[in-house]
Unconditional design. Structure first.
Length: 272
């Protein structure tokens, strides 16, 4: 079966199934492959890569994926597009129900990891392919599902849930410390002073190292830290105040600007 509950396997059995899956993905001839997994909280998947591009869709739970370009969060209702050949590892922050599809070619977009929001249509198409072992379909129907999914794949909206990390050791240290205690009030001047460099030098260095401005990265990091807590059902007020926002309205404005809807409804909509 292509749906496997990894929570019922011991470590050795789990990794043997993982290795089998990697071989199946690399050797199969079908244009689109699909499988489902249930992972226990705390599981870490060691660094590996695929010959195909992967769409890792989190139905339930939250995953952190690490690549050479940074760390990427997949909250419920979203997927990470992992380019073919990209080395990546993963950590399950909570119990995770996931579905993955693997394709030879992904139209448009540069070959870099990106988080996308999975539409209702794409969710249904992915589910149909994952369930094919228990709900058989004709070759004609499978061909239609596959073609439509590939077309829908290209239109999935990208969401700013990736968090690029700098290579500069001093800057990376500040970024890691910030993630442990994110604050919307952190300033460029404070960070520049800690690095003992001028404001302009800092802003140039930060963008060169991460590809985004300090303000954008700070907002993404605050959002990055808030999603697991919201997913666990914590009140929006607590999450907003802990992140340094003066009130819910300011937090909700940032959240809505970056993700298109209010924090109180975002994860509910994504996991429905």
């Amino acid at each position: 079966m292509r749906i496997l509950d990894m929570t019922k396997l011991d470590h050795a059995e789990g990794w043997e199934h993982h290795r089998r899956s990697l071989r199946w993905i690399d050797q199969a001839n079908e244009p689109v492959l699909a499988l489902g997994r249930v992972y226990p909280a705390g599981l870490k998947v060691e660094t590996h890569s695929h010959k195909r591009t992967q769409l890792w869709f989190a139905q339930r739970g939250i995953v952190l994926v690490t690549t050479e370009e940074g760390r990427w969060m997949i909250p419920p209702g979203h997927a990470l597009v992992i380019p073919a050949g990209a080395q990546h590892s993963a950590e399950m922050i909570s119990l995770v129900e996931m579905q993955s599809i693997y394709v030879d070619v992904v139209p448009r977009h540069a070959p870099r990891p990106r988080v996308v929001e999975v539409t209702a249509l794409a969710q249904n198409l992915i589910d149909a392919l994952v369930q094919v072992d228990t709900k058989p379909a004709s070759e004609h129907r499978l061909s239609l599902i596959t073609d439509l999914l590939l077309d829908e794949f290209a239109a999935l909206p990208e969401r700013p849930l990736g968090l690029p990390f700098p290579g500069d050791p001093r800057l990376a240290g500040l970024c890691r410390r910030f993630l442990k205690s994110p604050s919307a009030t952190a300033s460029i001047d404070e960070w520049a002073a800690e690095m003992r460099i001028g404001r302009r030098t800092f802003t140039r260095l930060f963008r060169a190292e991460t590809g985004v401005s300090f303000v954008t990265w700070r907002q993404q990091a605050c959002l990055f830290a808030s999603l697991p807590r919201l997913a666990e059902g914590e009140p929006v007020t607590n999450v907003a105040l802990d992140a340094g926002y003066e009130n819910i309205a300011a937090f909700s404005t940032m959240f809505r600007r970056m993700l298109g809807r209010a924090p109180s409804t975002y994860l509910k909509a994504g996991s429905s």
